[in-house]
Ligand binder design. Structure first.
Ligand code: ATP
Ligand code: MG
Length: 392
């Protein structure tokens, strides 16, 4: 029997012991979910995952490019373990490539089934010859072929394909726990979320909204960013939107302006920590990096950290802006992030933010504020919105 399928390869380095089956199972589940297909169409076999789609679908390949844990993948065909079936299929696949304009090729065979009569060198030579006989206009180029006929002989069948695409690599989302991302409308925080999803964390988001100082459009922009992240997650992203206005207004009234930003951040982290505790997140995450803006110094980050007990992940600390922008372009958030709707109103951004805040100063300034009431109000007026990868 001849079957259409997609072969998925993943990185096996570092996958030892109990981790391997967990990784494979999670990856298979995530693939089924991201592709909207039944789990029974995703089969695991030592070192490989095979997807048997209902029909050929270009969209399916685009979605696989966004599933973390996938290293490469090849749409192709499986035939029974027999030399004739393999030959026939090789010629069939070569015909498609020739019709598409290919002039050169090479065969790249692998034999995982040692009882098969031809070893990998034999298969390369044999199929090379058969394809050349069928298409005299083709020639072999081992360095830069127009297509590479990949052949894998395994106990469950012979797998053939001529195209290989890159996945994003990394660890399947959900393998490493859950993080709550402080998501603003800027360039950095969506990239931070993406970095952590790549390491297997499932991300949801919190966006601090200050109406009427920040408008509906600013919120829409954040939801749009969350939708892009949802595509990479292969699932929905929940966005918590606490009411932040009163915290900003009170801070502006009672605290010297150099400390505003740091106190805002401390409130954001406290509120996020409470959400994390209530809804089972293992960590918070932010897009902060060191030295990017005057307010992002190690001293300031430490002052922020002292407001909470929970682990705060800052995956961009070692990145410079150019690297972050390049990543943002690649993952599809850049064009959204540069839309001109402010996240937190410039009204509440001090002209001279403190660059090396001292915790005792920050704490004494903060003690002027009715923290408990402000936080309670942030929750009372909080909205929770779920965005789907497919919306919009
Ligand atoms: P970004 O591009 O992510 O906005 P940034 O370099 O502009 O980052 P800041 O605006 O100083 O940095 O914010 C630092 C981090 O604090 C952000 O990366 C984000 O994680 C968090 N943050 C800032 N504002 C908000 C907000 N309104 N809602 C949620 N998180 C926020
Ligand atoms: Mg910002």
């Amino acid at each position: 029997m001849r079957e259409q399928l997609v072969t998925i390869r993943f990185d096996e380095i570092g996958l030892k012991g109990k981790n391997r089956p967990l990784f494979e199972k999670r990856l298979a589940d995530n693939i089924a979910r991201a592709l909207h297909i039944d789990a029974s169409r995703v089969k695991r076999e030592r070192g490989r995952i095979y997807v048997y789609p209902e029909r050929e679908d270009e969209r399916l390949l685009r979605r696989l490019e966004q599933v973390f844990g996938v290293k490469t993948f090849s749409p192709g065909v499986r035939v029974p373990v027999a030399v004739e079936a393999m030959e026939a299929e090789a010629i069939e696949l070569a015909r498609k490539e020739v019709d598409g304009g290919a002039k050169t090729f090479k065969v790249d065979a692998r034999r995982a089934l040692k009882s098969f009569p031809l070893d990998s060198m034999d298969i390369n030579a044999h199929l090379g010859r058969r394809v050349l006989e069928a298409f005299p206009e083709l020639s072999v180029d081992v360095h830069q072929p127009d297509f590479k006929l990949q052949v894998e002989v395994r106990p469950s069948g012979i797998f053939l394909s001529t195209r290989t695409y890159q996945g994003p690599g990394g660890v399947p989302v959900g393998m490493s726990g859950r993080a709550l991302l402080l998501l603003s409308g800027g360039i950095d925080s969506p990239v931070a979320g993406w970095m952590l999803m790549k390491r297997g964390l499932a991300i949801d988001a919190v966006y601090f909204h200050s109406p009427p100082y920040t408008g509906e459009r600013a919120k829409e922009k954040v939801l749009e960013l969350a939708r892009v992240l949802a595509r990479w997650k292969g699932d929905q992203v929940k966005v918590y939107v606490p009411y932040f206005t009163e915290i900003q207004v009170q801070t502006a009234q009672h605290v010297p302006s150099p400390l505003w930003t740091i106190i805002h951040r401390r409130f954001m982290h406290r509120i996020a920590e409470r959400i994390a505790e209530a809804d089972g997140f293992n960590a918070l995450a932010t897009g902060e990096s060191i030295g990017q803006v005057a307010s992002q110094t190690v001293q300031n980050l430490q002052c922020i950290d002292r407001a909470v007990r929970i682990l705060v992940l800052r995956p961009l600390t070692g990145f410079d802006k150019v690297e972050i922008v390049n990543l943002a372009k690649r993952i599809g958030t850049y064009e959204i992030s540069i839309q001109p709707y402010e996240d937190c109103c410039t009204l509440f951004a001090p002209k001279n933010p403190k660059t090396k805040a001292r915790l005792d100063h920050v704490e004494s300034a903060e003690s002027q504020l009715p923290a408990d009431r402000l936080i309670a109000e942030a929750f009372e007026r909080m909205e929770v919105i779920t965005v789907n990868a497919e919306d919009g």
